[in-house]
Write a protein that binds this ligand. Sequence first.
Ligand code: PAF
Length: 280
Amino acid sequence: MKIAYTVEEVRKQVKAWRQEGLTVGLVPTMGYLHEGHASLMKKAVEQNDRVVTSVFVNPTQFGPTEDLEDYPRDFDQDCKLCDSLGVSLVFHPEPSEMYAPDFCTWVNMDVLSKTLCGKSRPIHFRGVCTVVSKLFNIVTPDRAYFGQKDAQQLAIIRRMVRDLNMDIEIVGCPIVREEDGLAKSSRNTYLNAEERKAALILSQSIFLGQKMAEEGETDAAKIKNAMVEKIQTEPLAKIDYVEVVDGLSMQPIEKIEGATLVAIAVYIGKTRLIDNFILQ
Ligand code: PAF
């Protein structure tokens, strides 16, 4: 497995693969890789001749009061995992390699990025769309892999690819959970023992909402209220949002008919965690 720190090194390697007629998959990550990321890389290795994983804590998707400095990092461990899964190249640029001091071109999405996480993180998706576009331009993959845990991010990237005619297949992969239900996340590492227990309220409320929907409940408010009440039983939990939205537009709906996303963001102490389920 190779490690590249510059755009030029990646381009050179991808060009050589292209000359051999090989297909390329990209798994964009911010590192501190867990089994959720591993599932993306496994899928990418299955579906492509070569796989690039980017490990880059992207500063432009963090707000001024968010956890950019504290975001967990363990590059050596990340490389071991990538290598063991058959990744061919890890791209690990410095922020200065990705953003020139006078950088001023952004990929900004309306509508989909204004609801859910976009409300409390107003610049987040601009940063995500911009860095993902840059990674797409650098790696020029055939396919790129994203987790369903960041459901709004996945919907936004699918829309960006469609709207900007990017010739890349976006592959979404299911949420990976701990044995007790908590969705895997690099941010779970912030939780102390008491908070880790309290964090189970997220998956418990997700499973409750999912059961109601599967049993035929189509009233979004009823599902939402039941989930809110469940989360409120946990004293350490503070709700950012519980929303039922259209699966494509990310806009709130009243009645569940077609593809629907039920998504939550909850603070456990200072840690903001997200979870969701989708209905087709
Ligand atoms: O999901 C993430 O880890 C990030 O938002 C991504 C897609 C790697 C962009 O920085």
